[in-house]
Design a protein around this ligand. Structure first.
Ligand code: CP
Length: 307
């Protein structure tokens, strides 16, 4: 079965096709009548083992707008709370004959593991610190719409890189599409494998974002750190929080992004986050529905071809 697990499984043509298809869904989503039947008769199950506002609701809307039946499984109200394992849960749901299983889990590799245990298509909605491929797709769509292109853009990804699946997926996708990616953050929040990513690494925020067309801020993921490693939030904002003064070092028409959820006053100042002349944060949320529709429609078309 076709799956959507990692940006590294895609090539440039496939990404371009997904972005173009997503663009057509943006227009649809702004209409009063938003329904298509590309997934009519299909069943999509959302299986989120970690909290989500944006990803889960946008996959639900994406499935419904394409005509699928959508079921949301919450670990707190399911038999996972009684000790059922990830694999047993997925195999049980698979026995109900879904066509698409959208999975978020705290363990890196969880979606890939499930894809080997079930007979339906699996979509990775975020696996630990590994990947969040639909986030990278919606971010690329937001950037392309705001800047008119991705190739040649200077993009600074800033903050807690070490714990960020968003950073890993974005680095892979932006490099594939020809952007120049810089990573900006404290040495303690840079992963050890950064040397293999072919990116410039900066430990001074002002120098790191100098001349950048896009500044992508990341959430400080305190839940993935132990107490010793976690920085003081006030100190963190002083050195790594994006405010007007630091942003002035970027390119004149800079766009600011954040995948959400935001820690206001920690990695980003409200003054910047809420300025719609620079902030793409709400656009990113809107593009999330369109990008996920493109992924689901593409998988469904491949499932149709296999019939
Ligand atoms: N960006 C993102 O994945 O947000 P959620 O955790 O709310 O889904």
């Amino acid at each position: 079965k076709p799956h959507f697990l990692s940006v590294t499984d895609l090539n440039e043509v496939e990404v371009a096709n997904l972005l173009d298809l997503a663009e057509s869904f943006v227009a649809l989503n702004r209409q009063t009548s938003k329904k298509l039947d590309l997934l009519a008769g299909r069943t999509l199950m959302n299986l989120f083992f970690e909290n989500s506002t944006r990803t889960q609701s946008s996959f639900e809307l994406a499935g419904k707008r394409l005509g699928a039946d959508v079921v949301n499984m919450s670990p707190r109200s399911s038999s996972i709370a009684k000790g059922e394992t990830l694999i047993d849960t997925a195999v049980t749901l698979n026995a109900m004959q879904p066509d698409l299983l959208v999975v978020r889990h705290a363990s890196s590799g969880a979606a890939s593991l499930l894809s080997q245990k079930v007979t339906c298509s699996v979509v990775n909605a975020g696996d630990g610190q590994h990947e969040h491929p639909t986030q990278a797709l919606l971010d690329a769509l937001s950037m392309r719409r705001a800047c008119g292109r991705i190739a040649g853009l200077k993009v600074a990804i800033c903050g807690d890189i070490a714990h960020s699946r968003v950073a890993r997926s974005n680095i892979a996708m932006l490099q594939m599409l020809g952007a120049e990616v810089r990573l900006v953050g404290p040495p303690t929040l840079m992963p050890s494998q950064v040397d293999r990513w072919n990116v410039a690494v900066h430990h001074d925020m002002r120098k790191g974002i100098a001349g950048c067309d896009v500044v992508m801020m990341l959430r400080l993921q305190l839940e993935r750190m132990d107490g010793v490693m976690a920085p003081s939030q006030r100190e963190y904002f002083r050195f790594w929080g994006l405010d007007r003064e630091k942003l002035a070092h970027a390119a004149p028409n800079v766009k600011v992004m954040h995948p959400g959820p935001m820690n206001r006053g920690v990695e980003i100042d409200s003054d910047v986050a809420d300025d719609l002349t620079v902030s793409l944060i709400q656009d990113q949320v809107e593009m999330g529905v369109a990008a996920r529709m493109a992924v689901l429609a593409t998988l469904a078309a491949r499932l149709d071809n296999e019939r």
